[in-house]
Design a binder for this molecule. Structure first.
Ligand code: PGA
Length: 247
């Protein structure tokens, strides 16, 4: 079983999202795999409520505010996302962290808000190129994970996505060995907190320039349980091809 998740970022408004659903054909993707898309908030309801959505395609929100409601112009709360049909929330994506300055403390509060609303959090972690070059991969990804583990340890379900920042949208991918090493570090920490059996239930996805041509190799790496796909998830055919590629 693998998780194939697509993060549409700031692409696909309601009309384009509807067109995606009409074209997306999951028949080539093994029924054992879980499929999730993260549309922009403005398209969430259109996607979740569309009669053209394959019921296997689950829906998540790309970001939430940590409060449930209030005077926060432009923000989307977790209960609102759940009301629009989301069942997952992406938390701490590198663009949130590095473009919008989101802190580890922000991600913790957003995880808590997601859990309150019944959303399954997908926590994104990953190092920048500078951090990798200075040998800080483990320190950075464990700091990002540790910041939220207190909130996550009692969750019914959560996922982690390892997305090296230097591999996102660049065409560069981590080698399978790099991915396995980072995933192993994350799994070991999860085992310390949740026990071996508990940690085994947490899917750890790889993200960063995943394409139909490299998905299988990455997925075959030890401790990689799925993929989080940006650019290549925008086209219904390439998203389905990634799902089909992983076997
Ligand atoms: P990419 O994005 O596949 O376009 O590199 C991945 C992500 O940011 O989740």
């Amino acid at each position: 079983m693998a998780v194939i998740a697509g993060n549409w970022k700031m692409h696909h408004g309601p009309a384009d999202a509807a067109a995606f659903l009409t074209e997306f054909d999951a028949t080539s993707v093994s029924a054992a795999h879980e499929l999730i898309v993260f549309p922009p908030s403005i398209s969430l309801y259109a996607v979740a409520s569309s009669p053209h959505r394959d019921p296997r395609l689950q829906v998540g929100v790309q970001n939430v505010h940590w409060e449930d409601a209030g005077a926060f112009t432009g923000e989307t709360s977790a209960p609102m996302a759940a009301g629009a049909g989301a069942t997952f929330s992406l938390i701490g994506h590198s663009e949130r962290r590095h473009v919008f300055g989101e802190s580890d403390e922000d991600t913790r509060r957003k995880v808590e808000a997601s859990l309150r609303a019944g959303l399954v959090p997908v926590l994104c972690v990953g190092e920048t190129l500078e951090e990798r070059q200075s040998g800080a991969v483990e320190r950075v990804i464990l700091r990002q994970l540790d910041a939220v583990l207190g909130a996550l340890r009692d969750a019914d379900r959560f996922l982690v996505a390892y997305e090296p920042v230097w591999a996102i949208g660049t065409g560069e991918t981590a080698t399978p060995a790099d991915a396995s090493s980072a995933h192993g570090t994350l799994r070991a920490r999860l085992e310390e907190v949740l026990g071996v059996a508990g940690a085994a239930t947490v899917p750890i996805l790889y993200g960063g320039s995943v394409k139909p041509g490299n998905a299988l190799e990455l997925m075959s790496s030890v401790d990689v349980d799925g993929v989080l796909v940006g650019g290549a998830s925008l086209e219904p055919t390439s998203f389905a091809e990634i799902g089909a590629a992983v076997g």
